[in-house]
Design a protein around this ligand. Structure first.
Ligand SMILES: Nc1ncnc2c1ncn2[C@@H]1O[C@H](COP(=O)(O)OP(=O)(O)O)[C@@H](O)[C@H]1O
Ligand SMILES: [Mg+2]
Length: 345
């Protein structure tokens, strides 16, 4: 029998000991005229079925580039992946042929992008755009595919789906457009869903509704979810665990409750203190002083040291390893014990 590239695709069935998705020591660089931009510097995380991992960090910390590497949509060149693995059910996606990768992208691992307005085509009805998923990937007839589109619009709670399937993107509000993007992302029942800042462009009430929708869809389908955000405030209710990124590294990872109770990295502590609180109206928000580092020329030692209130001499010279604090928790701070103890006092 002729061996096709689909033979190496991850099995549809069980997982054995492997997590659903495992990013392992991933490095991504951009070779630019100005030099090498080290956007991702050894990131590792895992996602299991039904689990939500929140990836948190300021703009430019490498959250989206990591997601683009998982999806296989990095611009190569200038992007290069010099090291690392991205295992989906045990198969390293980085070693798959482009043809095999196409079978995974959008179908087994799907992504919701930040900007729903520019991702939808203004000249086609939303029904046409959603049903395209079924026509192209499932070979359905136009009529059947449109029926599926209505079902999906119901599933993402768009009122009057049967009528609205014939409307154009501009006839929907920002929140409804994001629901349409979510409908398209889950159309083919992906096993992993990556949501890259899915609520950034929306107002606070709508943000909460979209988060609730994502959580519901996940409960129904047991997808693994990666929720990328720069806002620690939105993840408390939906995430199981958090990975905090800084300058292309994970500086802390932990179950969500542990992080909220007592962060083990000064950067996480700063992010927590930056969340607006209703009981502190009018007070100045603590903001982490200084700017994220230049990825063309990373600081020596700990990348966070120029901004760190707890900096010691060795922080300037020695890169902190990711200290394992417990089976489920790690911190890349030489002084994680002091940070934790300070919080508990
Ligand atoms: N095509 C590119 N060429 C050069 N640098 C890039 C490119 N894409 C992303 N970067 C850089 O990689 C870094 C990480 O970006 P990104 O992952 O988008 O950050 P974020 O955490 O905000 O999602 C940024 O400094 C960005 O400028
Ligand atoms: Mg981003």
């Amino acid at each position: 029998m002729k061996k096709t590239s689909t033979d190496v695709l991850p099995a549809e069935g069980g997982l054995g000991d492997e997590p659903l998705l495992a990013v392992d020591n991933l490095h991504v660089e951009f070779r630019t005229r100005a030099g090498i931009v080290r956007a991702v510097n050894g990131v590792s995380y895992t996602v299991s079925p039904g689990e939500t991992l929140a990836v948190l960090g300021e703009s430019g910390s490498g959250k989206s580039v990591t997601a683009q590497a998982i999806m296989g949509i990095l611009d190569v060149p200038p992007a290069v992946v010099p090291k690392g693995e991205i295992r989906f059910k045990g198969t390293d996606l980085l070693k798959l042929s482009e043809e095999a990768r196409t079978q995974v992208r959008g179908q087994r691992i799907a992504m919701i992008f930040q900007d729903a307005l520019s991702s939808l085509n203004p000249v086609f009805t939303v029904g046409w755009q959603i049903s395209e998923m079924f026509r192209v990937h499932r070979g359905m007839s136009k009529a059947d595919a449109l029926k599926k589109a209505v079902e999906l619009m119901d599933r993402v709670r768009i009122p009057a789906a049967r009528q609205r399937v014939h409307d154009y993107p501009h006839q929907f509000s920002g929140g409804m457009r994001q629901r349409i993007m979510i409908a398209m992302s889950i159309a083919l029942d992906p096993e992993v869903l990556i949501a890259d800042e899915p609520t950034t462009a929306l107002d606070v009430t709508v943000q909460a509704q979209i988060m609730e929708l994502l959580a519901e869809l996940q409960r129904e389908s047991q997808m693994g979810m990666i929720l990328i955000t720069h806002d620690l405030g939105v993840v408390a209710d939906v995430a199981d665990k958090i990975a905090v990124m800084y300058a292309g590294r994970i500086v802390e990872h932990a179950p969500v409750h542990d992080i909220y109770q007592a962060p083990a990295h000064p950067y996480t502590k700063g992010l927590l203190e930056s969340i607006p609180r209703v009981d502190q109206k009018g007070q100045d928000l603590y903001a982490i002083k200084g700017l994220p580092p230049n990825l063309l020329d990373l600081p020596t030692g700990c990348s966070f040291h120029p901004r760190c209130p707890l900096r010691q001499d060795d922080c300037v010279t020695d890169v902190p390893p990711l200290h394992q604090i417990s089976g489920t928790r790690g911190s890349a701070c030489h002084y994680w014990r002091e940070v934790l103890d300070g919080e508990r006092q």
